[in-house]
Design a protein around this ligand. Structure first.
Ligand code: PMP
Length: 363
């Protein structure tokens, strides 16, 4: 039996990418920019790749209206590597870093960060099951804190900061992995933001790190050279071989983002898509959403079924209807629909119709 139609992919990352981007990527595997071979076979020192790195950085700067005193760097090792590299680069020995604990990924950042110095949890929603974002007025910020680490969108828990918090003179360091380029950012509060690109930009392994000028140059001596922010900046991010194909895919996704009207336009679409799924969840008590309504994520809609026995049936029937990868994160369980920038409206309509129908049949 053939498939019932196109598969809509709700994976939390690596996530769905626009077909036109994949087509362009395919073409680059035959002959990239007239070199007569693919990008995969090109030396990273060639003029074409140098130009591509510059273009990609400029695209990020333009898309986010990033002020000049922030630098953009590409790293390998995924967002998880930055949990260690941030204190190594920004935190002098024995100095204190602040952390806001709002779910699985901020907890992972704390776990790693505390290996490099005191990690002070200035606020946490652990007691309420990571169902909300503690208001900044309740954070226990003290002068000894060098920077305050936040995870504005918790991929596994489905909660999201609704605005960029203001910590006064304490710079924010934000893991924006699952919301990067999905909304405009008010940079004045941030010392650094970083994001793995496998959500809104597609490729895995690549991290985009954006660092404010005055925070650079403080790396501990034991920091690996290839992960030293200042040294990579000085050497044009070419101390070692960059993730060339991932940077190329990021460039293609940024081209695509521009055709969609940029971050402001996709933010409106992201909000509207998530609202239509939350509307179905909130209709009665068949479905449940663990996050309080004010702090729900527009990227990762985490939900469950009141009768948890129906979860596996929901997943099996969804998959048979061409709705793939709706299982929740392994730590949270339940269900999750990830609605990153490239998620088409068509997929969201297919999902909400399926959810309505499933409720009619089993409610
Ligand atoms: N932070 C957040 C918010 C994430 O969602 C993820 C991945 N799901 C990570 C960090 C870890 O990313 P990586 O696998 O690239 O290390």
């Amino acid at each position: 039996m053939g498939s019932p139609g196109p598969t809509h992919n709700f994976a939390a990352g690596p996530a769905t990418m626009p077909p036109e981007v994949l087509e362009r990527a395919r073409a680059s595997l035959v002959d990239w920019r007239g070199l007569g071979h693919s990008l995969l076979e090109a030396p990273f020192t060639c003029d074409e790749f140098r130009a591509l790195m510059d273009t990609t950085r400029n695209q990020i700067r333009t898309a986010l209206a990033l002020p000049d005193h922030y630098h953009i760097l590409f790293f390998q090792g995924g967002a998880s590597a930055q949990f260690s590299l941030i204190p190594l680069n920004l935190l002098p020995p024995h100095a204190t870093a602040g952390y806001v604990e709002t779910g699985h990924w901020s907890a992972r950042a704390i776990e790693e960060g505390q290996r490099y110095g005191p990690a002070l949890v200035v606020a946490s929603s652990r007691d309420t099951g990571f169902d909300r974002i503690p208001p900044v007025s309740q954070w226990t910020l003290t002068e000894k804190i060098r920077y305050c680490h936040i995870t504005p969108n918790e991929t596994a828990n489905g909660v999201q900061f609704q605005s960029d918090p203001d910590c006064g003179s304490i710079p924010l360091v934000a893991d924006m992995t699952s919301e990067f380029l999905s909304r405009p950012i008010d940079f004045q509060h941030y010392g650094m933001i970083y994001a793995g690109t496998q959500k809104n930009l597609g490729p895995t392994g690549l991290v985009i790190a954006i660092i404010r000028d005055d925070l650079l140059g403080n790396a501990r001596p034991e920091t690996p050279t290839v992960f030293n922010y200042q040294l990579q900046l000085e050497q044009h991010n070419r101390i070692n071989t960059p993730l060339m194909f991932a940077i190329y895919l990021t460039h293609l996704m940024l081209d695509w983002l521009e055709t969609q009207g940029g971050v402001k336009a996709v933010h409106i679409r992201n909000r509207s898509q998530s609202q239509s799924v939350y509307r179905v969840i909130d209709e009665d008590d068949f479905y449940r959403c663990p996050a309080i309504s004010e702090h729900r994520s527009i990227m990762n809609v985490c939900f469950g079924i009141k009768d948890a026995h129906l979860t596996q049936r929901f997943l099996a029937e969804a998959s048979a209807s061409g709705l793939a990868n709706l299982a929740g994160h392994s730590h949270s369980g339940g269900l999750r629909a990830s609605l990153y920038n490239a998620q088409p409206d068509l997929a969201v309509t297919a999902l909400t119709s399926f959810m309505d129908d499933f409720r009619r049949r089993y409610g």
